[in-house]
Design a protein around this ligand. Structure first.
Ligand SMILES: Cc1cc2nc3c(=O)[nH]c(=O)nc-3n(C[C@H](O)[C@H](O)[C@H](O)COP(=O)(O)OP(=O)(O)OC[C@H]3O[C@@H](n4cnc5c(N)ncnc54)[C@H](O)[C@@H]3O)c2cc1C
Length: 376
């Protein structure tokens, strides 16, 4: 039998984006219902596999810096509220040629926003972080306050807080269709019909399904992360920061050994598909081989071939920036909170707060105009 549910706001998708928004709406005492086709945190979307880099000196654009500063504050509050550690402050090392967009952009962002960083020669990097061997023409920019955040734990914490504050969260409930009328939004799920004043669509890689003809021009990118066994203590979080390595245009990122090996992945080098169902989730020897070979260029000693790997999805806009906006033509009743173009986790706590304001018709505390709908 179809259950009829009434709420002020319905949040569709409870991954990184939707769990944060649900939590912020619940904090304000708003009656909300959240639904997800799976049971986040899960391994089928974009928010799994143990770690995400969190940093503030952002080469991707200065429009992100206020969101990131606020996100740090919110993640720390969530840590205090739940008594759980979400962030490991092992620092982040951005590596590459001094004039590369990644390195120069990081230095510029740190300078403009007063973020503590140290520019290091290859010798200095090796002296401080012995596992790393930079090439002679490279430098490292070390951001002290950066590190790794646990995505599964963070999503679970947001959902637990939302529930504790009264949110009704329905797992394994897929949205089949929705309709925005002049006075309300109706969502039809597999077992329920939800009538709400407003809706947040945080469907991640499934944003195309959720929006149908209004689909933004996103592509889904296949990303493989693999864990490489380490030997010695130089890969431990106290001696090995997270890293982003711009190796003459190819970006490799990774994490210290949190117990399962050093994790690494390539950024924006994966195959693109139109829909998550087209994604090849099988991992072949070539996936691991490419990563291992690249890693040896940065860590010539102490790494063994991977024993574990997972596939994940980026949801990329054409300009690789976020999309956060009211959906055109819905009378400001619907906010779209996807896509994040492969770099959305770190800011998700702050984006959730902004989206809670947007959907309630309030002025958000951070300007997200740069992330508005920008396609006709
Ligand atoms: C390998 C990898 C590494 C990354 N590294 C970093 C990093 O270091 N730092 C960083 O900041 N970011 C990083 N990112 C990006 C970041 O993880 C993502 O931007 C973020 O997790 C996306 O969250 P989301 O909520 O949009 O998607 P998801 O977490 O996938 O959530 C979308 C949810 O919507 C649900 N859903 C979809 N359709 C429906 C429907 N019809 N009905 C009900 N539910 C529905 C899905 O089941 C899913 O749970 C990385 C991403 C990947 C894949």
């Amino acid at each position: 039998m179809m259950a009829d549910i009434r709420a002020d706001v319905v949040v569709v998708g409870l991954g990184a984006a939707g769990s944060a928004t649900a939590c912020h709406l619940a904090r304000r005492g708003i009656p909300i219902v959240g639904i997800d086709q799976f049971a986040p945190p899960h391994g089928r979307g974009s928010t799994h596999s143990e770690s995400r880099i969190i940093r503030k000196a952002y080469a991707e654009g200065k429009q992100y810096v206020p969101l990131l500063a606020r996100a740090y504050w919110l993640w720390e509050s969530l840590e205090k509220e739940t008594g759980q550690q979400l962030i490991t402050r092992c620092g982040c090392l951005v590596i590459g040629r001094a004039d590369s967009a990644r390195v120069a952009g990081t230095i510029e962002s740190a300078r403009a926003a007063g973020i503590e960083t140290a520019v290091m020669t290859p010798r200095e990097v090796h002296a401080s972080f012995p596992a790393y061997r930079l090439k002679s023409h490279e430098i490292g920019v070390f951001e002290h306050d950066a590190g790794a955040i646990d995505p599964e734990r963070a999503v679970a914490a947001h959902l637990a807080q939302a529930r504790a504050l009264g949110a009704r969260l329905l797992m394994h409930e897929r949205m089949l269709s929705w309709h925005a009328g002049p006075h309300s939004v109706t969502v039809r799920g597999e077992t329920c019909r939800i009538e709400a004043d407003r809706m947040v669509l945080a469907a991640g890689a499934w944003v195309g399904d959720a929006l149908g003809a209004m689909r933004p021009p996103v592509r889904i990118e296949r990303v493989v992360n693999a864990w490489f066994p380490t030997s010695g203590s130089s890969f431990s979080p106290t001696r090995c920061p997270t890293f982003i390595w711009d190796d003459d245009g190819t970006n490799l990122y990774g994490f210290p050994d949190f117990g399962h090996g050093l994790k690494a992945g390539l950024h924006h080098e994966g195959t693109l598909v139109e829909h998550p169902s087209q994604l090849d989730r099988k991992i072949g020897a070539a996936d691991i081989g490419v990563l291992y070979e690249k890693l040896l260029g940065l860590f010539p000693e102490g790494l063994a071939v991977s024993r574990d790997a997972s596939t994940c999805m980026y949801t990329n806009t054409p300009d690789l920036h976020y999309l956060i906006d009211h959906l055109p033509g819905t009378g400001r009743r619907v906010v779209v909170q996807s896509a994040c173009s492969g770099h959305g986790f770190k800011a998700s706590a702050a984006v959730g707060e902004v989206v809670a304001d947007l959907v309630l018709g309030r002025e958000p505390r951070i300007n997200v105009d740069p992330f508005r709908w920008r396609w006709s």
